[in-house]
Design a binder for this molecule. Structure first.
Ligand code: G3P
Length: 214
């Protein structure tokens, strides 16, 4: 399973990218609005060192506007994947962009039917938001199981990005359910490294070594 980092913070992206565990980046308008600098500059800077898919989202909500913004974003770098919201206008835009070989990531997906529509028009990625489903009392991960089954039934090439990840168990369940990608916020990536027995075990090894060899 690929790991994308879900943030627009360039320094955080850089620090985790240097570890060799990050395959790509996802941003959204809320994440970008937390950072200094223009949207274009942030995306250009990320593209200068990340060699992998970088999702950047359109703000337009009409098909023509989405296509025009998508073309501008795609021109920034060959790794740009244009994030398009899951609406009727959005699906029309994805259909047109697929024909122009511009990669898209259909976002704000909350049902298997929406994921099916995105795949039918050739989206490169689909982003089901599982944490937000959990927040309203659903079991978000069931959506991943359903989309995986549907895509496998018909050999859709659209990759499933598990988004809106809140904790390490979401990452593990995403992998168990055959998701192609988990896009993980930095604070959750940090938690993936940790286990108290690792810390206790390392302290003991070093203590024993010190006792014997000084
Ligand atoms: O990038 C989209 C998604 O991961 C948003 O997550 O935490 O705002 O639901 P969240």
């Amino acid at each position: 399973m690929k790991f994308f980092i879900d943030t627009a913070n360039v320094e955080l992206i850089r620090s985790y990218y240097e570890l060799g565990i990050i395959d790509g980046v996802t941003t959204n308008p809320s994440l970008v609005s937390k950072e200094d600098g223009s949207f274009d500059d942030i995306i250009k800077e990320i593209s200068s060192f990340v060699d992998g898919p970088i999702s950047a989202e359109v703000i337009a909500t009409d098909t023509i506007g989405m296509i025009s913004q998508a073309e501008e974003l795609a021109a920034i770098n060959r790794n740009i994947v244009v994030k398009i919201p899951m609406t009727k206008e959005g699906i029309k835009a994805v259909n047109a962009l697929s024909k122009k070989s511009i990669k898209t990531n259909v976002t704000l997906v909350f049902s298997p039917a929406q994921a099916l529509l995105a795949a039918k028009v050739g989206a490169a990625y689909v982003s089901p938001f599982i944490g937000r489903l959990d927040d309203i009392g659903h079991h978000g991960m069931e959506l991943i199981e359903q989309i995986r089954a549907i895509y496998d039934n018909y050999q859709f090439a659209t990759e499933i990005i598990v988004a809106s990840i809140r904790h390490p168990s979401h990452v593990i369940e995403a992998a168990l359910n055959g998701a192609d990608v988990a896009t993980v916020p930095p604070e959750v990536i940090e938690k993936l490294f940790n286990h108290p027995l690792t810390d206790i075990g390392l302290a003991k090894f070093l203590e024993d070594w010190k006792l014997r060899f000084g």
